[in-house]
Design a protein around this ligand. Structure first.
Ligand code: AMP
Ligand code: MG
Length: 284
């Protein structure tokens, strides 16, 4: 028998006010007593269901619906954000996905408010938007390196909460996943990138510079969790030392979010019987 979730991750991994990153077990598999093989079987089932759910979402968007989904992925370098996009988001029709990776802002982006580039990338109705990094960089890397004057973090958390509430009210279901790895796991993954010719392209010498700020990042993440895990847009703390578990979690959260939209197939806006008759009668 394939093991299923004992407790769904939307319950166990949701970040509440008492969440503490220090001491969080990044290698654990909370709510799940199965192994990688069990996880892959569940993912297989999710893949089939997700593909139909995504098509319903897309059809809804095509027929005037305003609903969309936004998956926000945050995490330190090597945390597995790219793998989530490939393995989890890759399960659905690429036409229904709006993927965007946020790197260092361009000069144009810097000349605008930090939410400008984010607003421009929000998913259209019917789409699943995926942010590989996001506006949260503006309270993480920007906070760790003091890239804006005046330490406006409290203001930014409030601003982000208001922004996300507005996005949610307009019909977007927001799922925020923080992919959490241990410093040892990051070291192992960086070392692997330096050992394998097929991984060199993923390595960036700057990743080691950032790694030096591990503790400052932990503090920035904790403050971010404290300030921005809200009812309309909660954070999920995803233990990501085991890639298979992280993928299972995000796949399951996506599946649950899409299921809960209760989308049906749009009704025909034409007379079905009449169109059947026309088709039958037309001789060519
Ligand atoms: P990667 O995702 O590995 O391609 O790296 C993207 C880099 O861009 C990371 O080092 C991020 O911290 C950085 N980045 C993303 N957003 C911002 C931002 N708003 N300000 C400064 N750096 C950023
Ligand atoms: Mg990187």
């Amino acid at each position: 028998m394939t093991k299923k979730w004992d407790v769904f991750p939307s319950t166990t991994l949701k970040v509440g006010q008492d969440f503490r990153l220090a001491g969080f077990d990044t290698a654990a598999t909370p709510g799940f007593s199965g192994n990688e093989k069990d996880a892959l079987k569940i993912m297989d089932k999710h893949a089939k269901a997700l593909s139909e759910l995504q098509e319903k979402l897309f059809a809804d968007g095509r027929t005037g619906g305003t609903t969309s989904v936004l998956l926000v992925l945050q995490g330190m370098d090597t945390a597995g954000k790219g793998g989530i996009v490939r393995h989890v988001v890759g399960m659905v029709d690429p036409q229904g996905v709006q993927h965007r990776a946020f790197g260092k802002p361009t000069d144009e982006e810097l000349s605008h408010h930090y939410l400008w580039r984010i607003r421009n990338a929000l998913p259209a109705p019917g789409k699943i938007g995926v942010f590989d990094r996001s506006h949260y960089e503006d309270v993480l890397v920007v906070r760790v390196h003091d890239l804006v004057p005046g330490a406006p973090w409290a203001e930014r958390y409030a601003e982000i909460n208001a922004f996300e509430a507005e996005v949610a009210a307009a019909g977007t279901r927001i799922i925020k996943c923080a992919m959490l790895i241990s410093p040892d796991e990051q070291k192992r993954r960086l070392a692997e990138r330096l050992e394998r010719a097929d991984k060199y392209w993923k390595f960036n010498p700057g990743d080691i510079d950032e790694r030096a700020y591990w503790n400052e990042y932990q503090a920035a993440y904790q403050a971010m969790f404290d300030g921005t895990s809200t009812d309309v847009a909660p954070w999920y703390a995803v233990p990501a030392d085991n890639k298979w578990f992280a993928r299972l979690v995000v796949g399951s959260l996506l599946f649950e979010a899409l299921s809960s939209l209760n989308l049906g197939w749009p009704a025909a806006d034409f007379d079905v019987a009449e169109q059947q008759r026309r088709l039958a009668e037309l001789e060519i």
